[in-house]
Design a protein around this ligand. Sequence first.
Ligand SMILES: *Cc1c(COP(=O)(O)O)cnc(C)c1O
Length: 414
Amino acid sequence: MDELKRTDPEIFEIIRNEERYQRDSVRLIPSENYASAAVLEATGSILTNKYSEGYSGRRYYEGQRYIDQLENLVIDRAKALFNVDHANVQPYSGSPANLAVYFGLLKPGDTIMGLALPMGGHLTHGWNVSITGRFWRAAQYSVDRETHRIDYDAVLALARKEKPRIIVCGATAYPRIIDFKAFGEIAKQTGALMLADIAHIAGLVVGGVHPSPAPYADVITTTTHKTLRGPRGAMIMCRAEHADAIDKAVFPGLQGGPHNHTTAAIGVALKEAATPEFKDYAAQIVRNAKALAEELLARGFSLVSGGTDNHLILVDLTNKKVIGKKGAVALERAGIVCNYNTVPYDPRKPFSPSGLRLGTPAVTSRGMRESEMKQIGKWMDEAIAHAGDDAVLARIAGEVAEMCRKFPAPALPR
Ligand SMILES: *Cc1c(COP(=O)(O)O)cnc(C)c1O
């Protein structure tokens, strides 16, 4: 980054510092990852200079010979990898992708039925502070109070009562397999459309360690920067019958020119995700999450649903007598970065909930395995037990950085 250093030393320094931070900490935020150097090169390319409103062969600007090639190639890769009829690779991110789906397929006032935010759903699944819960009528399902899992009979009963136009499945804090087949049947029985939002688990789906929604869902949305390990962006995939409505909703309905540099980087990520190495990566993410969960359980931590099937763990800190925020701050001081989160039926308020949300996609990208997860669990236990003790937290941070040095992160300096 020699040019950046010369032109803008202030921004350069901030990026360098963040780079060191990402290098020297154990990053357990389940929606984060390390993109490859190839993905970053495409993201930082001259494609950012280009305007190309519209779609291949029907653009509103001249000079699209290479951009059309690019977008067609990336669409073909998405269709092949996810086994879908149609893909739109233009959404700027996951939230606008979901908004485009509702805008394209629903009328104002129709009902969106999604998993409630405090139960693990995403804002854009109809939560009331989101535009999706204001412009449309929302009905929200929960997880079971005892098992913390989705109760498919309860979802069916709610769908019969609320008559949603669309049922959204997928989550931002749900540690278990989602039964897409069951959601497909519920949607069919109640005459609703089914949207599977696989933002968190897309990498697990293409890696074969989570069932795919493709046979059941009318529409699939995903971000490209979480387990899929691409640039920040999103895709909408759907059955052929919805293709026109979806494309029109993205452009001109919601967006202007696509971010072609991002499109290129999504293409790179999709190529990487189609390799045998990526399958191994996805499987290791899940093994690592299970290993970390086991270590935490052995140390007396209480886990939502009792464990994990995927990349994500929700810890309920109530029995440790530490609130989520204080726990997350202490862990960060110890070099372990995660986020505080509500747990199902949390008696505390959303801005100071009882839980922590952890995930293994980023540490797995560094090549860490089960034995490192055990070590991380041990450090977490120590940090939570000494949440107010700066000396202990600083000592752990030193040990964390030392371990991190043995596992160089993709695209970061050693
Ligand atoms: C992250 C996420 C989104 C939103 O993605 P952004 O890129 O942050 O807008 C949507 N749905 C789910 C389930 C997510 O986890």
